[in-house]
Design a protein around this ligand. Sequence first.
Ligand code: AQP
Length: 335
Amino acid sequence: MENTTAEKRKVVFSGIQPSGNITLGNYMGALRNFTSFENADCLYCMADLHTLTVRQNPADLRKRTASLAAIYIACGLDPDENIIYCQSHVPAHAELAWVLNCYTYMGELSRMTQFKDKSQKHADNINAGLFTYPVLMASDILLYQTNIVPVGVDQKQHVEICRDIAQRFNGIYGDVFQIPEPYIPKATAKIMSLTEPTKKMSKSDPEDTFIAVLDKPEDIRRKLKRAVTDSDGEIRFDPENKPGVSNLLTILSVLKKETMEETVASLQGLGYGALKEAVTEAVIGELAPIQARYNEIIADKDGLNAILKRNAEKAQYLAQKTLRKVYKKVGLYQG
Ligand code: AQP
């Protein structure tokens, strides 16, 4: 049958903050899934504006932003096929955030668990940006008429508030924004800390709690050797009662592309030492080719900068279309 009405390509958007060393949690929960969208227009940003909600060392932030761009590409995102760019290079993000701030309620923002967590963690710097973080994230997503947002489960609440804001705005002004859906594969929704496996692995926590995508093999080995397990000695997937062992099993089964049953069966009769060894080999094997590509990309700074410039222009062009529509709808004088 002739395909007369070409189906509209889906838009995929996500971002990662260059707020620390990119972790195995960021990789498995988000980055790794970014490459799985075919026949879609994909945009991935380094969410540098978001990092300012917590104090950053300026030199480190600049370095980590370029590093994250190189990690995106090293993980298989072709910068000619995917728009990889720096959030602060596209002014429309901050501009739409201002407008949407005026359509977001204090009450709904104060219910955000990330705000509560980060306010506790950074009690000396509970700034307005930390509070309105979800509005900037909603702007990131809505600017591109995004259909799908691949994230870890910790960001689910932020995608939900984004939907609420978009629906509220559309309710007043008509269909301005596409309503996005989160994409959260269950197995990798939340990779846990190595030292406190009831807590999420986070890049701004101490070094020994996470594996970084750029960690050397000896560091990966050492960190996994010290990973917290439990004292009953049985290799079983039971996140509630055995969070440490279950986290290691998740990492192993996902990286080996096995079902959990297959992974557990392959370790029957063995101890935690063997489990940790298997995870170590799988993680090193996964990250080695990424690190090799990363080293080549980051060595060509001019090449990387040219990619980011080109892609920021593409993003700005798309973003501007939505922003213009929003400005017009709310009544800002267009001349
Ligand atoms: N442990 C995790 N398991 C699965 N997914 C995760 N993500 C983060 N940690 C895990 C996902 O990675 C993406 C990038 O997140 P972000 O940089 O925007 O901030 P975050 O969610 O707050 O991640 P971190 O590592 O915990 O950063 P910091 O320490 O700076 O706050 C998101 O899709 C997130 O869900």
